[in-house]
Write a protein of this length. Sequence first.
Length: 140
Amino acid sequence: MAEYTNGLLQVVDAGANVLFADAPVRGGACIQHRMGSGVVTLKGMTNQCRALYRVSFGANVAIPTGGTVGPITLAIAIEGEALASATMIETPAAVETYANVYASVLVEAPRGCCVTIGVRNAGPDPVNVQNANLIVDRVA
């Protein structure tokens, strides 16, 4: 199990990843992350055909000052591709109005290979993200 967090306010540009600066629970050999990065590597270290991980993300989000009110879209991404099943959409009533988003997904890492995951801004505009929390559990 690993937990990566960033309690500070960050502005995540369209197409960019949420960054994680702290690791209250560091991953073992099968879960790797460089502090300050927005990418986590899951390794297929297993005797089975694949290793299975549960990836969960939650954060507070808002439209930055000067932005236009509209949907905020974040998504858990595998190899840079946003997953439709792990897309979080929040439409605040006003700029700088925070709401919480959350998603969880199962990710397979083939034996002997690696898979990279992240949480990206899948919308067209920058987004304020605060108290970001990514938890990765190896379940099989």
